[in-house]
Design a protein around this ligand. Structure first.
Ligand code: NAD
Length: 500
């Protein structure tokens, strides 16, 4: 049974507690460790959730939804509180960025410069959206029908280890804005920044029970939420195989899902593209965020006339990427999340070599930095799209380059993969850009652009990259039930059964 008293800090390593019904809950005897990927030292112990913890969290979220003030508040009042959450994240951004970098190995310039500010933006954006719930009215002579969006209930939010703070905010902000209540199950490799999110949410005045966190294994805590009849919604971000397992289990309690899954997104570079900008985007699109990015442009498909030059320029740029201590502001690639993930990415490098792809940059650990999960950014050229390194999600700083001839082949190669999350197209020909963007089978395409998010637009994938869309009013389709109310305006005919 947990306690709300934090255990004594031992040798500078503290214990992080769940957040249940407005309180941090600890259990010093049941913990797991989280490591700093820069040197694989233990940086905190995390309270390991039990079924009892999960039941308490779900009960708190259920009660907050069924009888609490949150779903019944005026949207403007919810908006005010959520705006404050965003402001508190902004005020604490440097501290949160340091925690996030220590826990994930992501470069501080990228957590502090982009990911934490984006998390704050998610709260301020969805605070405004709370005032824009959709509805419709259908008039006729004797009836008025009106349809309105109502919060659906308790949401189980299951998050991955890449970009934990930003991705959690991407779920929590629309969830709370809609009036739903939440139980978050963070990824076990990156739990730390969740504590800061809980503090910001508590300090902003979100009522107790509306937002809860339970740490622990996916198979127990994550699956426990999926199986619970008191949880209506599961918003899951993670691997496609995990998403499939969740959908199978959730069928028994008729869950509604938002599934943000894996990707193997193409960047198509035509010979008539703005060459320098396309090169910048190709490098940034896969090597930023350590390559641990769902929308990474990890397949670079280049038109034959510029292919050799593009590969040569990619090679020199990749060899120049600064890999190092994630806390150094100059670092462009930090340390991969975990030794076992590093091993998996390095195994893909070996697979690529065995498949006959040409290794032109990187391909191994960073010499002299074996104390952490560092690897050299890696580039394979002359890749055949049927190779495993072109088809499977590596989720690290590894780019494959594939040549193509003509528009049709570009679209065919770009779509010839089981995933369909994002795509990127580079050409100066507007009509061709639109044809190719429309032709690639995926959820989102950026034309002559890196991955820049407009929070109003639908985010999500096709094929095995996911189900559903989140962003703007698309988030309401997940977090809300559309309810129709029909009102008779006069004395319409009612058949009289059972009359004598
Ligand atoms: P993962 O599937 O291993 O884990 C994700 C979460 O699910 C974790 O919290 C984990 O504990 C939990 N989990 C694991 N098994 C579970 C089970 N049986 N039941 C319930 N929950 C379970 O994914 P990961 O390795 O943490 O994250 C990387 C993956 O996430 C990559 O495939 C990446 O592409 C994907 N991703 C997708 C998006 C997107 O928006 N499409 C964004 C970021 C990451």
């Amino acid at each position: 049974m947990g306690t709300t008293v934090a255990p004594q800090q031992e040798l500078g390593i503290r214990t992080v507690g769940h957040f249940i019904d407005g309180q941090f809950v600890y259990d010093a005897d049941e913990t797991f460790e989280t490591l700093n990927p820069a040197d694989n030292t233990v940086i905190a112990r995390i309270t390991k959730g039990t079924q009892t913890d999960l039941d308490r969290a779900i009960r708190a979220a259920r009660t907050a939804f069924d009888v609490g003030p949150w779903p019944r508040m005026k949207p403007a009042e919810r908006a005010k509180i959520l705006r404050t959450v965003g402001d508190l994240i902004t005020a604490r951004a440097p501290e949160i960025a340091r925690i996030e970098t220590a826990d994930t190995g992501l470069p501080i310039a990228q957590t502090g410069g982009a990911q934490i500010p984006r998390a704050a933006d998610n709260f301020s954006f969805f605070a405004e959206m709370a005032n824009h719930m959709d509805g419709a009215a259908y008039h006729s002579a004797d009836y008025l029908n009106y349809s309105m969006q109502r919060p659906a209930g308790v949401a189980g939010l299951i998050t991955p280890w890449n970009l934990p703070f930003m991705l959690t905010s991407w779920k929590v902000a629309p969830c709370l804005a809609s009036g739903c209540t939440a139980v978050v199950k963070p990824a076990s490799w990156t739990p730390l920044s969740n504590e800061k999110l809980a503090e910001c949410i508590r300090d902003a005045g979100v009522p107790d029970g509306v937002f809860n966190i339970v740490y622990g294994a996916g198979e127990t805590i994550g699956m426990g939420m999926v199986k619970s009849p008191d949880v209506q919604l599961i918003s899951f971000t993670g691997e496609t195989v995990t998403g499939k397992a969740i959908m199978r289990e959730g069928a028994a309690t008729m869950k509604r899902y938002s599934m943000e899954l894996g990707g193997k997104s193409p960047i198509v570079v035509f010979a008539d593209a703005d060459y320098d900008r396309a090169l910048d985007a190709a490098v940034f699109g896969v090597y930023s965020l350590n390559g641990e990015r769902c929308t990474a442009s990890s397949r670079c498909i280049v038109e034959r006339p510029i292919y050799d030059r593009f590969v040569a320029d990619l090679t020199s740029r990749v060899n120049n990427i600064r890999v190092g201590n994630p806390m150094d502001m100059q670092t462009e690639i930090g340390a991969l999340i975990h030794p076992s993930h590093l091993a998996s990415v390095l195994e893909y490098v070996e697979i690529g070599k065995r498949e006959g792809a040409k290794l032109v940059a990187g391909g191994g650990r960073l010499p002299g930095m074996e104390h952490g999960n560092y690897m050299r950014p890696t580039l394979f050229a002359d890749v055949d799209n049927r190779m495993r390194i072109a088809q499977e999600e590596v989720f690290g700083p590894v780019l494959v380059v594939i040549p193509f001839d003509g528009e049709d082949e570009a679209v065919r190669i770009a779509s010839d993969v089981k995933y369909g999350l994002a795509g990127y197209v580079w050409t100066r020909d507007v009509a061709k850009a639109n044809r190719v963007a429309q032709g690639i089978h995926c959820g989102m395409v950026w034309v002559n652009s890196q991955n820049v998010r407009d929070l109003r637009t639908p985010f999500g994938g096709a094929k095995e990259s996911g189900i559903g869309r989140e962003g703007g009013h698309y988030s309401w389709e997940f977090y809300c039930d559309m309810k129709n109310i029909a009102i008779a305006l006069g004395d319409h005919h009612i058949p009289k059964f059972g009359m004598a």
